[in-house]
Design a protein around this ligand. Structure first.
Ligand code: FNR
Length: 338
């Protein structure tokens, strides 16, 4: 049988051998607060490439030190970070996977000493710090930091860049009316709340010609918050700006209970894919080959992002292939056992 899950996907000249993406997952394993990769990261990412994942996405990586969730986050705020990522990319690609990196700024969710920043001076909850409202200069510096991070990602040999616009981190904080109470041109109307992301995309595209993905939280799970239909508007604008794919997650912009069940975010992906006519990635409790195949075949997404199931099983691609009754390539050293 020919499957959708194991069919290639090409975007701007980059071909993934299948539709399986290792979803970005923070490992909080950098040492000395320097943002550098450790041996752990090499083992963690490269083992999923050996496991025949089509696209490895490196976890949320901070474009500025103040944009880390924790002091142990990876960083790409310095040219010194390029060498480690270049080595990681070499190893990932040696096993036939493509590589990507999620560029991030934690905004008001940064759990760091010192000042933290957000569109408005509102804490996430009573336990978290109150951020400083970003000045225009802070905004411009951050936009430049996303572009500089993209330039370094390019120098390190990544195939794809993803901007982290989800989960209540900085970009998401600008997009949502729950967290953005600004009265200048970066707040208020939908268009104004999009301005920060618009300018980041513009700045990134000045230095990066390759495929660009954006992860969004397509539902705030709050009566005054955004829903997937609001994100159709944002997705249309992103498409106009040359974004290639929306990676559709949800929630975490404000504390809210989320009803989680298999494929709980797939409907949001479907709404954005059909509403904005842009490629999407589906993520969230997708754990079987059949489930992934259903999503792709019914045009509910173009890529399948798998997070926790790939932590449990680095060979999930092989498991899914068996379930779907297809044979996939093995690392040649494993041929006899595959
Ligand atoms: C995550 N997730 C996540 N998302 C993201 O956009 N950037 C990140 O760095 C992280 N970090 C992270 C760490 C860990 C340990 C987990 C488990 C999750 C969310 C992740 O990518 C995914 O969207 C969710 O886990 C839902 O997918 P699964 O786990 O149900 O396949």
């Amino acid at each position: 049988m020919k499957t959708a899950l194991f069919s290639p996907y090409t975007v701007k000249g980059v071909t993934l051998k299948n539709r399986i993406v290792m979803s970005p997952m923070c490992m909080y394993s950098s040492h000395n607060e320097d943002g550098h990769l450790q041996d752990w990261h090499m083992t963690h990412y490269v083992s999923r490439a050996v496991g025949q994942v089509g696209l490895i996405m490196v976890e949320a990586t901070a474009v500025q030190p103040q944009g880390r969730i924790s002091p142990q986050d990876l960083g790409i705020w310095s040219d010194n970070h390029v060498k480690g990522f270049a080595e990681l990319n070499k190893q990932i690609k040696a096993h036939g996977a493509k590589s990507s990196i999620q560029l991030a700024h934690a905004g008001r969710k940064a759990m760091l000493d010192g000042d933290i920043f957000a569109p408005s001076a509102l804490p996430f909850n009573e336990k978290m710090k109150t951020p400083l409202e970003m000045t225009k200069a802070d905004i411009n510096e951050t936009i430049t930091a996303f572009a500089d991070g993209s330039k370094r990602a390019k120098d390190a040999g990544f195939d794809i860049i993803e901007l982290h616009g989800a989960h209540g981190y900085l970009i998401n904080e600008f997009l949502s009316p729950l967290t953005n109470k600004r009265e200048d041109e970066f707040g208020g109307s939908t268009e104004n709340r999009y301005r920060f992301l618009r300018e980041i995309i513009e700045a990134v595209k000045d230095v990066w010609e390759g495929p660009l993905f954006v992860r969004v939280s397509a539902n705030d799970y709050h009566p005054e918050g955004l829903t997937d239909t609001d994100y159709v508007t944002y997705a249309k604008w992103m498409k106009d700006q040359g974004v290639d794919l929306i990676d559709v997650s949800s929630g975490a912009v404000v504390p809210a209970a989320i009803d989680v069940y298999p494929g709980y975010q797939v409907g949001f992906s479907e709404t954005i894919k059909s509403g904005a006519e842009i490629d999407t990635g589906a993520v969230g409790l997708i754990t079987s080959g059949l489930q992934a195949e259903e999503i792709l075949r019914n045009n509910r997404a173009d890529l399948i992002f798998v997070a926790r199931e790939l932590l449990r099983n680095p060979y999930w691609a092989r498991t899914a292939a068996k379930e779907l009754g297809v044979e996939i390539e093995s690392p040649k050293q494993y041929d006899r056992a595959w």
